[in-house]
Write a protein that binds this ligand. Sequence first.
Ligand SMILES: Nc1ncnc2c1ncn2[C@@H]1O[C@H](COP(=O)(O)OP(=O)(O)OP(=O)(O)O)[C@@H](O)[C@H]1O
Length: 308
Amino acid sequence: MTSDLAVLTEDLTKFYGDHRGVEGLNLEVGTGEVMGFLGPNGAGKTTTIRLLLDFLRPSRGRTAVLGLDPRRDKAALHRQIGYLPGELAFPGRDTAEDLLRFFGDARGGVAWSKVTDLAGRLEVDLSRPVRTMSKGNKQKVGLIQAFMHEPALLILDEPTSGLDPLMQQEFLAMVRDARSAGQTVFMSSHVLAEVQHVADRVAIVRDGRLVAVERVESLGRRAVRAVEIHFHDPVDPADFTDLPGVSDVVVSGPVLTCTVDGRLDPLIKAAARYEVVDLLSAEPDLEETFLSFYYHSEGAGDAHRTRA
Ligand SMILES: Nc1ncnc2c1ncn2[C@@H]1O[C@H](COP(=O)(O)OP(=O)(O)OP(=O)(O)O)[C@@H](O)[C@H]1O
């Protein structure tokens, strides 16, 4: 396999009895890349993550993580990974500090200043028993244990779950810092907005299959936007109805509204034949683009077509 890949899966498949968890997943995450792994509940995100960590064994296919075989090199691999599970369970009466010291020792020791730094950023009191903490605070302890040893690869299952908006921002800043330090981040989410500001690429899964892998910028370029143009005089709708990418054209006297999918250029050129007073273009809504793409997409074959 190629050494500059942090994660490689080939035909990765897991069936639970007859029920598909994931099937035929071909995915590559480059070293130093932030990859958002997106899909709705039940799409197969957690199954994939558990396969990468050898918590589950594939029914078919294979995976290499940091150049290692998760099955053969499990212990060595886990030392180099920071993993945040989707469902956190902290049994016992330990305080967050006890737990983090335990995890730190298990990984051969961590700089405690790194732990207190993360606890400060996430505003969590480490002296409290984890059992008594709110869901959000437990999630913060989970994040600290994933980040504290500065692993080469962070695998985070729904990392923002339970975090309030301010803490979500802090978490995203931690991801950016990790990226700057050359760490790779593979994070699942069912909300594009959560990952679009930090991810280099997003992989989209649906019903256990990879639907697409896209660079976040190109997802933006594909975005549909609402445009409103105010002209000096009334315009002829016929000048705008057949333009590439332009739809929903409504003309009311000198005001035109429409939807543009992709480049604005054809619309601008058509509008320039008239005297333009004002042009308003709403920010592309990536969430909408994502959803329309995702629900209209044909299936797994698209993953190859759209791979960056
Ligand atoms: N242990 C299991 N036994 C049987 N089916 C399972 C098991 N775990 C997951 N599945 C099924 O596999 C599919 C993928 O589930 P998975 O948990 O990987 O999805 P997900 O994208 O992580 O969803 P969520 O966001 O809800 O965690 C779902 O249809 C789920 O019902």
